[in-house]
Design a protein around this ligand. Structure first.
Ligand code: HEC
Length: 139
């Protein structure tokens, strides 16, 4: 019972399913497996997380506008990590924000939506960005 509840909440967290009913229905057959895979990736942990996060950011074109330490069109990912450090729900919020884009939070330039990024990728990116606050060596 408890394990099932924990799994459900993990799935909800990964896919933001509590906020997107339609998405949840579509994802349900894959959700548990994908969530477990995602958690395995998260657990495979710090050593590989850095290069994996950066590779993913490259592959979905974030680095056209962002760098880890330097400002380009958008804020440096390390500054985002600092702003949200220790805030509950930050990964969920940032995952949404990565897919939807937005404006007025860091300056005058808006960030366009990134529909090429899946919900799962957005979460991986959000977790990676947040991890940068504790990884000053990543550039
Ligand atoms: C076309 C340029 C552009 C691309 C491509 C882009 N961003 Fe952004 N990003 C921005 C700008 C500009 C902002 C600041 C928006 C604002 O002030 O609200 C921003 C803000 C952010 C934030 C902070 C959001 C917040 O709520 O504080 C995150 C996180 C982020 N981007 C991640 C990403 C990731 C991950 C990708 C790749 C999938 C990406 N961005 C692709 C321009 C871009």
């Amino acid at each position: 019972m408890q394990a099932a509840a924990a799994r459900t909440s993990a799935v909800a967290r990964v896919f933001g399913a509590h906020r997107a009913g339609a998405v949840r229905v579509a994802w349900r057959p894959l959700a548990v497996g994908a969530a477990l895979a995602w958690m395995a990736v998260a657990h495979a942990a710090s050593a590989t997380a850095q290069s994996t996060g950066l590779d993913l950011a490259k592959s979905v074109n974030c680095l056209a506008c962002h760098q880890v330490r330097d400002r380009r069109v958008g804020p440096p990912f390390a500054a985002v990590a600092q702003r949200f450090a220790g805030q509950p729900g930050a990964a969920d919020y940032l995952a949404q924000s990565i897919r939807n884009g937005g404006k007025g939070r860091w300056g005058a330039v808006p960030m366009p939506a990134q529909p090429q990024v899946s919900a799962q990728q957005a979460h991986e990116l959000a977790e990676w960005i947040l991890s940068l606050a504790k990884q000053p060596q990543v550039r």
